[in-house]
Every structure is written in structure tokens, then in C-alpha cells.
Design a protein around this ligand. Structure first.
Ligand code: IPE
Ligand code: IPE
Ligand code: MG
Length: 248
């Protein structure tokens, strides 16, 4: 009973639960973040196998700067380490890596490392992997609005031309297929300022599994759940059924 292909074209994941995973093992929170790297490899592998075209991972929110300094530094060090260790393999696998968010807040070294990785993998298109860092959905909408305002200021467009389609073009991920499936691990049922605009018609999937325990089987379960959804986009179930089989 679905009007869309069984495999989502674009999956976004809030990778949550690292801290609790570490706490259960009497280890520091950074231990959980490090353990989460394996889960990232698992979902990338799973998406490549199942033919998912785009994967967007929430790695660090604009609100996460409020965490203890020790944890923030550990996360920055982890990002740098992960970039130096994982990019070769991602490149070999045909993954295009992109970072979305306000990157200016990061150290020069980290920014350079992110830019290098993006440039190096820019011709790949087997899987579009987007990592959201210092990202907030409200920031994304705001920066798109700023683009529109600048275009008006330069006389390139009229205020009346600002609409969902024009504004949408300036939102992060605009060039990728629309978000089909949103997954959050770690048991919380909230969006936490992730892709607010892009989530408009995504299917939502929540699991109690903590991020470091998430693997390809868990991803398969999320995809199977998605495949059973009926996406109506405002229409009735009967209309959706008829559009699947116009003969009846
Ligand atoms: C998500 O795991 C990772 C980041 C926010 C960087 P958490 O660190 O939020 O883990 P919990 O929610 O405290 O268990
Ligand atoms: C959301 O998780 C951000 C990331 C996973 C990167 P949080 O753990 O920061 O979200 P809240 O604070 O529980 O809403
Ligand atoms: Mg959390």
C-alpha cells in the first residue's frame, strides 16, 4: 500500500544516544561518540547496497556548542580524525561527501579538511552523503531568506517572486531528491532543529536503539517500515489508490 518506490531516495538520520550508550558502560561520553563511527560506516554500506541515493546525517547541531567544553573538543577532534581516516574509503566507494551547516564556526584546520574532502569527492555520485555540522533548521531557513533578500536588493528578482520554489532553491540539499525518510535513534521523539523545511513531507521513524548499536539490519527495518507507508500529500487514500491504477 504505497504510492512511492520501496526504497527511499533520501534518508536523514539524527544519530542520537551516544552519551547514554557510553554511560551504560561507565565510560565518558566521548567513548560513545567514537563508537558511533562504526554505525556511520554501517549505514553508508547499507545505503550503497540498497541503492539509496542520498543520506544526510546530523552530527552536530547549532545547539550542541552548549555542551561541556571537554565534550565539544572531543567531538571536534573526532571529526578531524574521521575525516583523515574515512575519506579514502568513501571516495573509493563512489561517495560524494558534503558538509551542510554554518561551517565558519569551525577551526581553520577543520574547515580546510572538510573543504578538501568535499572537493576530492565532488565527482562521485553513487551515494550523496551529507553531514550536518553546526546545522540548525532555523539557520537554514534564515540563510535562504537572506539569499532572497540579497537577490531583491540587487534587482535580480521582485519580492512577489519569492515563493516556496525560489526559496527552496537556496535551502541546503535543494539539489538532491526530496527527503523521503527521517530516522531518529536513541528513543527521543523530536526533531531538535534538524531539517525543518525539508521535513515537510518526510515519513518519520523513531527507534529506541542507541546510535552506536544501529547497524544495517536496523536500517533495513526502517526502510521496510517506510515501504509500508501510504504517502498521501494531502489527497485521500482513494485518490492515491486510483492514481496507482487509473483503470479502477
Ligand atoms: C548524539 O548523541 C551525538 C551528538 C549530539 C553529537 P548524544 O551525545 O546526544 O547522546 P545522548 O542523547 O546524550 O545519549
Ligand atoms: C540532536 O541530538 C543533534 C545530533 C544528533 C547531532 P541532541 O541530543 O543534541 O538533541 P536534544 O538535545 O536531545 O534535543
Ligand atoms: Mg542526545
Amino acid at each position: 500500500m504505497t504510492s512511492t518506490p520501496a526504497i527511499p531516495r533520501h534518508i536523514a538520520i539524527v544519530m542520537d544516544g551516544n552519551g547514554r550508550w557510553a554511560k551504560a558502560r561507565h565510560r565518558p561520553r566521548s567513548f560513545g561518540h567514537n563508537a558511533g563511527r562504526k554505525a556511520v560506516r554501517e549505514v553508508v554500506e547499507g545505503c550503497l547496497r540498497q541503492g539509496v541515493g542520498a543520506l544526510t546525517l546530523f552530527a552536530f547541531s547549532s545547539e550542541n556548542w552548549q555542551r561541556p567544553e571537554e565534550e565539544v573538543s572531543a567531538l571536534m577532534a573526532l571529526f578531524l580524525r574521521a575525516l583523515s581516516k574515512e575519506v579514502d574509503e568513501l571516495h573509493e566507494q563512489g561517495v560524494r561527501l558534503r558538509f551542510i551547516g554554518d561551517l565558519d564556526a569551525f577551526s581553520d584546520t577543520l574547515q580546510k579538511s572538510m573543504q578538501d574532502a568535499m572537493k576530492r569527492t565532488s565527482d562521485n555520485d553513487r551515494l550523496h552523503l551529507n553531514v550536518a555540522v553546526n546545522y540548525g533548521g532555523r539557520w537554514d531557513i534564515t540563510q535562504a531568506a537572506r539569499h532572497a533578500a540579497r537577490a531583491v536588493e540587487r534587482g535580480e528578482m521582485r519580492v512577489e517572486e519569492i515563493g516556496e520554489a525560489t526559496l527552496g532553491k537556496w535551502m541546503s540539499l535543494a539539489e538532491l531528491p526530496p527527503l523521503d525518510l527521517f530516522v531518529r535513534t536513541g528513543g527521543e521523539r523530536r526533531v531538535s532543529n534538524f531539517l525543518l523545511w525539508q521535513l515537510a513531507y518526510a515519513e518519520l521513524y523513531f527507534t529506541d536503539t542507541l546510535w552506536p548499536d544501529f547497524d544495517q539490519t536496523c536500517l533495513q527495518q526502517a526502510i521496510a517500515d517506510y515501504a509500508g507507508r501510504e504517502r498521501r500529500y494531502g489527497r485521500t487514500g482513494d485518490q492515491v489508490a486510483r492514481s496507482r491504477n487509473p483503470a479502477c
